[in-house]
Design a protein around this ligand. Structure first.
Ligand code: ADP
Ligand code: ADP
Length: 230
């Protein structure tokens, strides 16, 4: 189970030129791994995250997610899988600014048609678990960057996804908050979540247990190592 990419390509037509953002990527990520994807700008990291996250389809190749072929699904089918299996964390947090931390975390459950009492209970428990139990009623702009990212992580967890995908999650944070967030990913990893993050910072990638480096649409290195996290 887990993730299996086999000979994945993604091509874009720019003018009359064909650009291969991914040029034949094969990759297996087991359930519960903690993986960082690194590489220079333009190397194909975002394209790979979009495909892994079921936000986009490859041009060719196979993507088995927990044993199911997802490379050729429709947008609706991809959205269904995404909402059940994957939680997303972004560089800029993507919180609703006029909405409390509590409601931001609970919001995905509105789409899942869960009643309000249950939504707020689950969201409160998750905010508690990321250390923000006393900040439920705060608006995003009343929280620090690190606290906002913890709210975003709680929101990513609310549908109990098996995979958390984070695109430069520490890109807008100072180094102390960055370490805090990476430790939180470490905790989620120990709880059995699959963590996949994109970063261009080696110090941040060092918290992962496996570092995949992408260049020109290909994986050029894939190393398992002792991680930094405690
Ligand atoms: P990274 O995230 O590592 O910066 P990307 O995955 O964004 O890399 O881009 C990989 C390559 O694919 C780049 O050459 C980029 O210009 C090209 N690319 C990405 N998205 C598109 C698109 N929507 N249309 C055309 N070219 C794209
Ligand atoms: P998707 O393509 O899956 O809708 P989005 O970028 O819209 O992805 O959403 C990313 C994250 O934001 C997800 O964790 C999702 O639960 C959450 N989200 C989606 N829609 C909203 C919204 N209207 N307000 C707040 N959060 C949202």
């Amino acid at each position: 189970m887990g993730i299996r990419l086999e000979a994945i390509t993604k091509e874009y037509t720019v003018g009359d030129e064909l650009v291969a953002a991914l040029a034949g990527v094969s990759l297996a990520i087991e359930t519960g791994e903690f993986v960082a994807i690194m590489g220079p700008s333009g190397s194909g990291k975002s394209t790979m995250m979009n495909i892994l996250g079921c936000l986009d389809r490859p041009t060719s190749g196979s993507y088995l997610l927990d044993g199911q072929e997802v490379a050729h699904l429709t947008d609706d089918q991809l959205a269904y899988i995404r909402n059940r299996s994957i939680g997303f964390v972004f560089q800029n947090f993507n919180l609703l600014s006029r909405t409390t931390a509590w409601e931001n975390v609970a919001l995905p459950l509105v789409y899942a048609k869960i009643g309000e009492k249950e939504r707020l209970e689950q969201a409160a428990a998750l905010l508690e678990s990321v250390g923000l139990g006393t900040r439920k009623q705060h608006l995003p702009n009343e929280l620090s960057g690190g606290q906002r990212q913890r709210v975003a992580i709680a929101r990513a967890l609310i549908n109990n996804p098996s995979i958390i995908m984070a695109d430069e999650p520490t890109g807008n944070l100072d180094s102390r908050s960055s370490i805090e967030i990476m430790k939180l990913f470490g905790t989620l990893h120990r709880q059995g979540k699959t963590i996949i993050l994109v970063t261009h910072e080696p110090d941040i990638a060092a918290y992962a247990k496996r570092i995949i480096t992408v260049r020109d649409g290909l994986i050029i290195s894939d190393e398992v190592k002792e991680s930094n996290y405690v």
